[in-house]
Design a protein around this ligand. Structure first.
Ligand code: PGA
Length: 241
């Protein structure tokens, strides 16, 4: 049975105070949310402390947006698995296209981060996806198969979530057509040893397209950026019909 995982990715948004204000508006909208949906908030490191205290006893899981592969050391600006688990973090986004594009993340470092996350009992959300240029050049399938092969080398597929995030759909309002998103999700599944790995779609997921996205047979959830920043919009997404 594949799990449904709906994760918000707050990126570099929200102070502690703003995070708590979000939670106040969000948690009360989860009373009717079906139990089989895992709800995750991947937040900035500075919000982990406040959120972990206030999520106690709620069904929302805490997530982070990065983890380093070493346990400690001279790695300015990085964070270790133990630093995250101390706050009760359960999920961590790894290999997001913004990390690959702006911060020099490579398949090699993504692979190291995935293994480190799992060694700390964290479930990584691995992001893969093609740029507009790669799509136009007909390279989508080969790019994604290549990313999966390199990123998942030696990774335990029983503790893993994958997000298919076409880069051209992220933050643009330009959602990937749902049948196409489903086709690529199925392609990703065909590359895995464990067919039960939840595979999310990400890229301009909104309250008005979530129902159609979740109706696709191969899509097991969503990774949501902009629309996870307001309580009403993210609540509508986790409460998809
Ligand atoms: P978006 O971001 O929902 O704002 O397009 C998705 C993501 O980057 O994970």
């Amino acid at each position: 049975m594949r799990k449904i995982v709906i994760a918000g990715n707050w990126k570099m948004h929200k102070t502690q105070a703003e995070s708590l204000e979000f939670l106040h508006g969000f948690l009360k909208q989860l009373d009717e949310t079906p139990d089989d949906r895992e709800i995750v908030l991947c937040v900035p490191f500075t919000a982990l402390g406040a959120l972990s205290k206030n999520l106690h006893g709620s069904r929302v899981r805490l997530g982070a947006q990065n983890v380093h592969w070493e346990a400690s050391g001279a790695y300015t600006g990085e964070i270790s698995g133990a630093m995250l688990t101390e706050f009760g973090v359960r999920y961590v986004v790894v290999g997001h296209s913004e990390r690959r594009q702006f911060f020099g993340e490579t398949d090699e470092t993504v692979n190291l981060r995935l293994k480190a996350a799992q060694n700390h009992g964290l479930i990584p959300i691995l992001c893969v996806g093609e740029s507009k240029q790669q799509r136009d050049a007909g390279e989508t399938e080969s790019l994604i198969v290549g990313q999966l092969q390199a990123d998942l080398e030696g990774v335990d597929q029983s503790q893993l979530v994958i997000a298919y995030e076409p880069i051209w759909a992220i933050g643009t309002g330009d959602t990937c057509e749902t049948l196409e998103a489903n086709r690529i999700t199925a392609l990703i599944r065909s590359q895995l040893k464990n067919p039960d790995v939840p595979i999310q779609y990400g890229g301009s997921v909104k309250p008005d397209n979530i129902d159609e996205i979740m109706a696709q047979p191969d899509i097991d959830g969503a990774l949501v950026g902009g629309a996870s920043l307001t309580p009403d919009s993210f609540a509508r997404i986790v409460n998809y019909q």
